[in-house]
Design a protein around this ligand. Sequence first.
Ligand code: HEM
Length: 339
Amino acid sequence: MTKLTARIRFMLGALALALVVAVAAPAGAQQRNPDNSVNPTASSVKEDQLFKELDRISGRCTIPDQKACTIEQPAGREWRHFHEVTLRWIGAIAILGILALLVLFYLTRGMVRIASGRSGRVLVRFSAFERLVHWMTASCFVVLAITGLNITFGKPLLLPLIGPEAFTAWSQWAKYAHNYLSFPFTLGVVLIFLMWIAWNIPNKVDVEWLKEGGGIVGHKHPPAYRFNAGQKMIYWIVVLGGGAVAATGYLLMFPFYGTNIADMQVAQAIHGIVALLFVAAMLGHIYIGTIGMEGAFEAMWDGTVDVNWAKEHHSLWVEEEAAKGKLSPPPGGRMQAAE
Ligand code: HEM
């Protein structure tokens, strides 16, 4: 009986071996051309077949992080296309589009002047603390934007210009700056949220302000409180956009803490899209705060604005300050702080 079992096992083994040889022989033959020379593309053809059949290339590896054993997978290829193509288009259209609009706007409208001229009297608009928070957040934002844009556009635009060595060194420093400046930036966004929320809740005055085209599109000066509808939009873009880039940015900075590969890809997509739109919006904000409107920059620079500027752009705020008795000129002709 045991002899019979052993024979059957031997025959089955031999049959299996014959089958393996029969299947393997044509595969081996594929590695060679008909003239028996070696076909150099045979292995890539097999790789392609593997993709089609298995959708991924993965295997076994000895490092503890088993995710590293997957070399390619379909969602990874889709993400790469998003990162290398789609995101660049979104960024280019948003940023170049807004720049073109601003140039066009400046050429047709020019700087919005203080219509009644400067009164020579000033009113305090932002405290030293408010300005400190604004400039800390703004300078972090500029560095985050430049170093972030390097991740999206550096390879096609900068690498060919400065060469691989300089690009590597710069990108490494840019990455450190992006990581570390994220912390003061996040603090700034939280402080901006708390500091100005009371003046940024939308109300009926904003609807009227928008209908009249604000103080910049039209030539009228619709009434507004401390922040008009345009400034409120910037406020919410900073708070919500800043919150979104911070949340997704930290998910990217600390990978796989409660996230898997798919979550990381979603986080990167949201981070990239929001960040690029955020840059476009801030270009508009910088324009109005500098060359777009006379008398606006000084509000954030030395904290004061001309009273005529305030009356034209924030008439209801001036009335509020007057009602609080803050407009009575002290000796020397300077107004009291509106804090
Ligand atoms: C708390 C704030 C932020 C954190 C924690 C953060 C973190 C990160 C991280 C970890 C990455 C991935 C880097 C890599 O792939 O090596 C990244 C990419 C990027 N960040 Fe930020 N970031 C923050 C704010 C910003 C801001 C404010 C901007 C722009 C104004 C920005 C723009 C970008 C861009 C454009 C990318 C590249 C996206 C891509 O091409 O996939 N980030 N960020």
